[in-house]
Design a protein around this ligand. Structure first.
Ligand SMILES: [Zn+2]
Length: 895
């Protein structure tokens, strides 16, 4: 039973890997296949294979592990499924970047070679990501690890596509999409960043088609798209242009005729109030085109890499990219004397989050998911409380986004991803949608089937994660036993990308919300206040932080003191705070270990208490009971940092700083044997239980410490969570101890105010407020003396005179006095010299103020300043005089 003595220094390196191996060997984290108990399931947001994990991942994982470990100890069958996301476009961008460094353009490689390169990338990154997860000590069930490109995930993805397609919720259509000309793919609205940038506004004259002089002045930021214009539009109420409407103008350079039309989308205040309409390359223009059925829809004038193309473009400009095309167009406009002027112009520019390329709005044929029918049940689930969002301030953003949700473009023109499960028959053009690709056309039997060239957006797989990871669409035992899951913990930045879509998918495909709670963590910030992100590369590698600080300190620093649901800094400060706290708990346990005789029984029940039991025992047990209750409460509400604070306060302040100090004499055998044994039992009981409560936060250290004390069971990982009702609250003991602790605080403050030297133990007095307080303080006199470092401490009766030479404080419990220290001869000399200096200064100031000439000449503020100075000097002199008087002849020190 007796464990070897704990080393004096807490060294995470010596223990963390050992316990991780031990937990794995025992299979504590493997969820039972057929749970006989209530379950608690958490889907881990699968990290992207794009890179390594960031501290932001560690934050989410820490929160999840706290909840999972608590539920495991509470006796639930817990399942925490780890996984990895193939992150289609994002991964391809990374691989593209890496190839570019070797001078290879990814677009030039055949498809098979691109896939090979991506597979290489995965083989390099996956082990690192898994190593990071293991090093954190997170209690995931590795036997159920899933990858979103695994064959079962591929099948589930196709199944989802087919189901939605058959229900009419997936369609193929020509719509405006955000086109990334660098990556040559459509990207979703959520992958577009809008920034204010300086651009140039060109004022171009469109000549009248009938040959009359002048023309219309058109303002545009994109002169190079003139070739795709179908009209010039003005606002219907714009009086300047009322006579222009219905006429025709000539497109500059190419001299194609287009009409002047009206549309309410035109802002008359912009430029001269006339705008070119280019329906294929601008979202607003496309809408205008749709409102005017007479207008033609010309062919695209930009190819998929954003270069000018097609018959509408003058041959010498074809093949030019956006910038060169603009230059050349502007030059031609100048030569034709059609460029009137230019202005710098600040406007919102849309850029691709993945490649930073300027987004081209592009009319393109893509696959879409109809979102409205899917979004409504998800909104209802949140409104009805079936799914709760924490912190609830994010609910509003959720509703706002869901109300304006657009159809989701799910096709991507990249290589890496799940192919769209659609083929077209070469003979009869039949569109064939399948989970398993047929060998021939079901309609005409033709064997030549042309597969759709695109792949699916990664999120089209990820949104299935909570049930896909349990085996859906197969009716697996896991799906039957562990679905729906309980809580989804993730950064709020992917609330729409992922959380909202998961809710829609869960409700649609399984008929149930995939989880009952969503907990959104804040974003970590670096030393410069920037969000830590993979994108910026400013997050330290969790592995190096863990190597330096240990997993436990890293985990604790992530949840305390900055609230986990708010944005906050992560760095040296929190890490050192965590380290100090862990050292405190380590030393506390070492102290208990060294005061526990070998053969002490494990504390299976709380020590028996009686009315006459020592106040500190009754108090600490009651504080412990309060801590369990507060912890259960805060964790149930997902107030993770508040839970950590509760434990921190209790362990550091109540247990280590107060209780241990109060019982030191008893443990040293200065009282009777019963008192010593009760102190041991109480300390042991509270520490053992506290280690269990702390375990979900810092699993490795608590495991090590738990084994160093008498305990029952093989691991704290599977030890029962302490029941809240094990120890009753003792309100009287807490109220009484509050008075004792207040007395200690007051006397300590007095000591500090009077600059009592550390080694000095001054006399002190208390005049209690009433008889009850007097009885209490009398009984606890020794404790107060010891902790406040005063002696002797005497109680004064109501009529008794206040001792001379004391400083006073008053509280609800009574009056407190401490003997002021006697100043030494040197101190008195210093005071006298100071007094003379101040007196001289005061004299001078007063003379100056008495001089009427000064008062007349000097500005009022200077006079006021001098008056203020005189007053201040006067007060300081009075204080020194009082000091000199009281420290005059010695009245005897407190020794
Ligand atoms: Zn056919």
């Amino acid at each position: 039973m007796s464990a070897p003595a704990l080393p004096s220094r807490f060294d995470p390196k010596a223990i963390e890997a050992r316990w991780q191996a031990e937990w794995a060997a025992h299979g504590y984290f493997r969820a039972p296949d057929r749970p006989s108990r209530p379950y608690f399931a958490v889907p881990i947001p699968p990290p992207n294979v794009t890179g390594i994990l960031t501290m932001g991942h560690m934050l989410g994982y820490s929160v999840m592990d706290i909840l999972v470990r608590q539920h495991r100890m509470q006796g639930n069958a817990t399942l925490w499924v780890p996984g990895l996301d193939h992150a289609g476009l994002a991964t391809q961008v990374e691989v593209r970047r890496r190839l570019a460094k070797e001078g290879i353009r990814l677009e030039d490689l055949p498809r098979a070679q691109i896939l090979e390169q991506i597979e290489l990338w995965r083989q390099e990154h996956e082990p690192r990501i898994l190593e990071q997860t293991r090093a954190g000590g997170f209690s995931v069930d590795w036997t159920r690890y899933r990858y979103t490109m695994d064959p079962p995930a591929a099948r589930a993805t196709r199944e989802a596509f087919v189901q939605l397609y058959r229900a009419g919720l997936i369609y193929r259509g020509e719509r405006m999409v955000n086109w990334d000309p660098r990556l040559r793919t459509a990207v979703s609205d959520l992958e577009v960043l809008h920034t204010e940038e300086d651009g140039r506004l060109y004022f171009v004259r469109y000549p009248w088609a009938d040959g009359s002089p002048g023309g219309l002045e058109v303002a545009t930021v994109r002169p190079e798209t003139i070739f795709g214009d179908v009209a010039v539009a003005v606002h219907p109420d714009d009086a300047r242009h009322s006579s222009d409407v219905g006429r025709e103008v000539l497109l500059p350079i190419v001299n194609r005729r287009v009409p002047v039309i009206t549309d309410t989308a035109i802002d008359p205040a912009f430029g001269a109030g006339a705008l070119k309409v280019t329906p294929r390359h601008d979202l607003v223009d496309y809408e205008i085109y749709r409102r005017h059925p007479d207008l033609p829809l010309p062919a695209s004038i930009l190819d998929d890499s954003g270069r000018l193309e097609g018959d509408l473009v003058p041959p010498e400009l074809r093949g030019l990219d956006c910038d060169r095309g603009r230059e050349a167009t502007v030059k031609r406009l100048e030569e034709a004397r059609l460029l009137l002027r230019t202005e710098t112009y600040r406007h919102s520019v849309a850029r691709s989050e993945r490649s930073d390329a300027m987004i081209e709005p592009r009319l393109s044929t893509q696959w879409f998911v109809k979102m409205r029918p899917l979004a409504d049940p998800a909104v209802a689930a949140v409104r009805e409380g079936v799914v709760r969002i924490h912190p609830d301030r994010w609910m509003l953003s959720f509703f706002r986004w869901m109300e304006t949700i657009q159809d989701w473009c799910i096709s991507r023109q990249v290589v890496w991803g799940h192919p769209i499960p659609v083929s077209r028959c070469a003979a009869c053009q039949e569109e064939i949608v399948y989970v398993d690709r047929p060998a021939s056309c079901p309609k005409c039997g033709c064997r030549e089937l042309i597969p759709d060239p695109d792949v699916l957006d990664t999120w089209f797989t990820s949104w299935l994660w909570p049930f896909l990871s349990l085996g859906w669409p197969e009716e697996t035992a896991d799906l039957a036993h562990y679905y729906p899951t309980h809580v989804l913990v993730t950064g709020r930045d992917i609330m729409f990308f992922w959380v909202a879509r998961m809710m829609m998918a869960g409700l649609y495909f399984t008929g149930r919300a995939p989880f009952s709670d969503v907990y959104l963590t804040g974003m970590l910030r670096d030393d410069r206040g920037r969000r830590m992100s993979k994108h910026l590369g400013n997050s330290p590698d969790p592995l190096s932080v863990i190597a330096e600080r240990g997993a436990d300190a890293t985990r604790f620093a992530l949840v305390f003191p900055t609230p986990t649901d708010e944005d906050g800094p992560f760095g040296r400060g929190p890490l050192e705070g965590a380290r100090n706290f862990l050292t405190k708990v380590w030393n506390l346990t070492r102290f208990a270990q060294s005061h526990t005789p070998s053969g002490t029984a494990p504390p299976t029940t709380p020590p028996a208490l009686y009315a006459h039991s020592p106040l500190e025992d009754r108090w600490i047990l009651s504080r412990y009971a309060a801590t369990v209750a507060a912890l259960n409460d805060t964790l149930a509400r997902f107030e993770i940092s508040q839970a950590a604070t509760t434990l921190y306060q209790f362990l550091w302040h109540d247990l280590a700083d107060r209780y241990v100090e109060l019982i030191k004499d008893r443990l040293a055998g200065k009282g009777d044997a019963v008192s010593e044994r009760t102190a041991q039992a109480t300390l042991l009981f509270v520490i053992e239980r506290s280690l269990r409560l702390l375990h979900p936060f810092v699993p490795h250290m608590t495991e090590e410490l738990w084994h160093a004390l008498p305990h029952e069971g093989e691991s704290v990982t599977v030890a029962p969570w302490p029941p809240a009702t094990e120890v009753p609250r003792d309100a009287l003991a807490e109220a009484r101890m509050e008075i004792v602790l207040d007395s200690i605080r007051l006397l300590r403050n007095l000591r500090a105010e009077e600059h009592v030297a550390v080694e000095t133990i001054p006399s002190a007095w208390i005049r209690p407020q009433n008889e009850e307080v007097a009885t209490l303080l009398k009984a606890e006199c020794g404790a107060i003396e010891k902790l406040a470092r005063v002696h002797p401490l005497k109680l004064l009766g109501p009529g008794e005179a206040t001792p001379e030479g004391t400083s006073t404080r008053v509280s609800a419990a009574g009056e407190y006095f401490i003997l002021r220290p006697t100043a030494s001869i040197e101190d008195t000399e210093t005071l006298r010299r100071e007094r003379d200096k101040l007196a001289a200064l005061l004299r001078k100031t007063r003379e100056r103020l008495a001089d009427l000439g000064f008062r007349d000449r000097a500005p009022a503020s200077v006079v006021r300043e001098a008056e203020e100075k005189a007053r201040e000097l006067d007060e300081r002199l009075a204080r020194i005089d009082a000091n000199l008087k009281s420290t005059g002849p010695s009245e005897g020190s407190g020794r």
